[in-house]
Design a protein around this ligand. Structure first.
Ligand code: FES
Ligand code: MG
Length: 573
């Protein structure tokens, strides 16, 4: 049903002939707008995560202007507004501490203002889930404009992935004798244009997720940030959101349970980040779709890996775009995907019909995948009663079934202080256990799960070891790394009770993570366990500590799950 102008939400502000109508219109007109420019027109909020402190989103200011052109062309009225931006490479201790805060900013900014439709300008990892979460709790027509990846990194004749290279630095220094000069050169070569990380790291994963959920125009997620086609996509998205308002195509009509299942399937096929789990669970919670940790395994773990991108493979996002991008992957996956509706009113299936693969080295066919079963494995056992996760496509096959002695670090400080101690009792068979880096433990659940191996083992040529923690891992990282252990150590999960020398069994095929210590011994240790000191007694972090849920629930705040709708609240005077 078409929305007529009498039904527009913004009419509550601009459409009344009284004192409040005068106030709303008059002040807005100080920008020089004729009165007929916004009255009776769909008002489109352009929610911008641009910030100089978020380098990955540095080009989004220009993009807002491009979106505005499209909105105006389609008969809408665009108003750009800033929200808290989360820059992965700069914010301390971790952007994840602020994802829920940013989502609150987005939610309240949308609800409190005269907006009929929303464009989310996103890029760096958390800027996508935080804005979608906030928008879901209001549930207006919403479209995502992903900022796009950087161009491929080029370094001394080879390719270098922004993000993934970081994890080699310790090795490069020690084994390849990289000098300061080498690193200075590599820095700019890894990040040589505007845009977010050019691997299938979390930012690319989140943009892919948005497209798979149906929240972007078809093909939008892989276009490099500096490609002219990205600007075209931004302008067309501006036009589209006006249509979506006219059709009342709200988020809740697109974000069905089936759409979430599609996102899980697609994430497996592209070798996406484990961070998808906490973000998708949180988004589902906001829009009221039941989704649980086990769904990621049940729906995604038998899906083949079709995309050959770092960190699971060897290419970068630019190659993937030239190969045809996500529409090609969707077409391959067709039989596994639900026919869900997307922002352009067509189904995911219709949108990818005409796609062609131009490079099978980068995007494989279903019958000749890069790996048979990709996706995410959800582990259970006495060490993780509520689950833990591992990304098999980024792990070492030989370590997927492993029994080894624990070497326990009680915090990141403890790890840094001792990991390179030549006397540390550790070998390639050991299992590195990192405690207290979960949602409450750090706090913020940082991306430290893939801790570097001890220097002495690197020098022996050891490339990977089993690592277990309640933290996360960057989407650009790799290794046999068990993450998101729940319940976390800081609230007394079994992870807190592990001691040096305990045997741990990892068996990914059977989805098992077992601490080989008797029930009696564990009960004794549990009785003696003391919770760590709270990190603070004030401010946002205190709110965070009081309300954050465990990783298996998406680490949202308990008080933010669900939504409060788009109802317009009372007058301001
Ligand atoms: Fe922003 Fe990787 S640091 S996307
Ligand atoms: Mg990242």
């Amino acid at each position: 049903m078409k929305k007529n102008k009498e039904d527009l939400r913004s009419k509550e502000w601009f459409g009344t002939n009284d004192k409040m109508g005068f106030v709303h219109r008059s002040w807005l007109r100080n920008q020089g707008y004729p009165n007929d420019m916004f009255q009776g027109k769909p008002v489109i909020g352009i929610c911008n995560t641009w910030s100089e402190l978020t380098p990955c989103n540095g080009h989004l200011r220009e993009f807002a202007e491009i979106v505005k052109k499209g909105v105006l062309e389609a008969g809408g009225f665009p108003l750009e507004f800033p929200v808290m931006s989360l820059g992965e490479t700069i914010m301390r201790p971790t952007t994840m501490l602020f994802r829920n805060l940013a989502s609150m900013d987005v939610e309240e900014s949308i609800r409190a203002n005269p907006l009929d439709g929303i464009v989310l300008l996103t890029g760096c990892d958390k800027t996508t889930p935080s804005t979608i979460m906030g928008a879901c709790s209001v549930d207006l027509p919403t479209i995502v404009v992903p900022g796009g990846p950087m161009l491929n990194g080029k370094f001394r004749g080879g390719e270098i992935g922004s993000g993934s290279f970081n994890w080699m630095i310790k090795e490069k220094k020690k084994r390849d004798k990289f000098t300061e000069e080498d690193f200075l050169e590599a820095e700019i070569c890894a990040a040589r244009s505007a845009g977010h990380c050019n691997t299938m790291g979390t930012a690319s994963t989140m943009a892919t997720m948005a497209e798979a959920l149906g929240l972007t125009l078809p093909g939008a997620s892989a276009i490099p940030a500096v490609d002219a086609r990205k600007k075209v996509m931004a302008q067309l998205s501006g036009r589209k959101i006006v249509e979506m308002v006219n059709e009342d195509l709200k988020l809740s009509k697109i974000l069905t349970r089936e759409a979430f299942e599609n996102a899980i399937v697609v994430n497996a096929a592209v070798g996406g980040s484990t961070n998808l789990i906490v973000h998708l669970l949180a988004i589902a919670g906001r829009i009221g779709v039941p989704l649980k940790l086990e769904d990621f395994d049940e729906i995604g773990s038998k899906i083949p890996l079709l995309v050959n991108l770092m960190p699971s493979g060897k290419h970068l996002m630019e190659d993937y775009f030239y190969a045809g991008g996500l529409p090609v992957v969707l077409k391959e996956l067709k039989s596994k995907l639900h026919k869900t509706i997307t922002v352009n009113g067509k189904s995911l299936h219709e949108n990818c019909e005409k796609s062609t693969c131009y490079n099978e080295e980068v995007i494989a066919k279903m019958d000749a995948p890069f790996q048979k079963d990709a996706g995410i494995a959800v582990l259970k056992g006495n060490l993780c009663e509520n689950g833990a996760v591992i990304k098999p496509s980024a792990a070492t096959p030989e370590l997927m079934k492993h029994r080894g002695k624990a070497v326990v670090f009680t915090s990141m400080d403890d790890y840094h202080a001792r990991v390179d101690d030549p006397d540390l009792d550790i070998d390639a068979n050991s299992v590195i256990v990192l405690q207290n880096v979960g949602p409450k433990g750090y706090p913020g659940m940082p991306e430290v799960g893939n801790v570097d191996l001890p220097e002495k083992l690197i020098m022996q040529g050891v490339k990977d070891m089993v690592r277990i923690s309640d933290g996360r891992m960057s989407g650009t990282a790799y290794g046999t790394v068990v993450l998101h252990v729940s319940p976390e150590a800081a609230i007394g999960g079994t992870l807190a009770l592990v001691k040096d020398g305990d045997y741990i069994e990892l068996d990914v095929e059977n989805r098992k993570l077992h601490l080989d210590v008797t029930e009696e011994e564990l009960a004794e240790r549990r009785a003696a366990w003391k919770p760590p000191q709270p990190h603070t007694d004030r401010g946002y972090v205190k709110i965070y500590l009081n309300h954050v849920e465990q990783a298996d629930k998406g680490a949202d705040f308990d008080i933010l799950v669900g939504g409060s709708g788009s109802e317009v609240k009372g007058d301001l005077h």
